[in-house]
Design a protein around this ligand. Structure first.
Ligand SMILES: [Zn+2]
Length: 246
């Protein structure tokens, strides 16, 4: 019997708060911008947490990234405005040398306990490479690994990072996790109505994409590839965890 085609996934209406954790200022725009724009249009509160400062995004500012960091912050604010993101959290770690340390796990646990998201979106820390063309950036793996460890067990457990209780931040249980940029997708979000918004948001990162003529065909190609799996024209793909069966 042929396997049924997966249908596009609609986030449950009960999930009103979404936290997206990324290593670099433009990662969300490349990977999940269509879904983010859709969720924002649906009235959900989306927060971006950017772990590094993006200072290693080009070689134009070597050896000091000082000139690039404020440019990237400005671009990130504009992209977030285009997507409808409610709030940005900049953790400010140096770009390119990120490790999944306990300090980073604590920082992300603090962000989760403050914003109390229903859903956390991050990368897939197990992805060492994609095909024969791309060795996954170590910052992507580090940020994703620390984010998952923050979701479980740190965010929901009193005894882990007790100093956060002293900061007035009680435990919080995240209900769902969505991993982007995975080779094991099982969940597809229809972005037919928001692909153009995603393109505009990524093009706001001019220090990274230049004039950005290639952005639209690249993102459209990815969206068509992922859309085929779910029977829609354009989609973004995720691996989903429903924590505690919710
Ligand atoms: Zn990146």
């Amino acid at each position: 019997m042929p396997r049924a085609r997966p249908t596009p996934y609609a986030l449950t209406p009960a999930f009103g708060r979404i936290l997206c954790v990324s290593a670099h200022p433009d990662d969300n725009e490349f990977l999940i911008g269509g879904s983010v724009a859709r969720w924002a249009r649906e009235g959900r509160e989306v927060v971006f947490c950017l772990v590094t400062n993006g200072g290693a995004g080009t070689n134009a500012h070597t050896p000091s990234p000082a000139g690039l960091v404020p440019v990237r912050e400005r671009e990130t604010r504009e992209a977030a405005r285009i997507l409808g993101v409610r709030e940005l959290v900049f953790l400010g770690y140096p770009d390119g040398v990120l490790e999944p340390t306990l300090d980073l796990r604590r920082d992300l646990t603090r962000v989760i306990r403050r914003r109390r998201p229903d859903v956390v979106v991050c990368g897939d820390p197990t992805q060492r490479w994609f095909g024969r063309e791309y060795l996954n950036h170590p910052d992507h793996r580090a940020a994703a690994s620390a984010a998952l460890d923050a979701v479980f067990p740190s965010a929901e457990t009193n005894a882990i990072f007790p100093e956060l209780l002293d900061e007035g931040l009680p435990p919080h249980k995240v209900r769902q996790v969505l991993l982007a940029a995975t080779t094991e997708p099982d969940t597809w979000v229809d972005i037919g109505d928001t692909l153009a918004t995603k393109v505009a948001a990524l093009r706001a990162h001019a220090s990274q994409v230049g004039a950005g003529e290639w952005v639209e065909p690249l993102l459209r190609g990815w969206a068509e590839r992922d859309g085929k799996r779910a029977g829609v024209r354009h989609a973004e793909a995720f691996k989903r965890f429903d924590l505690n069966g919710t």
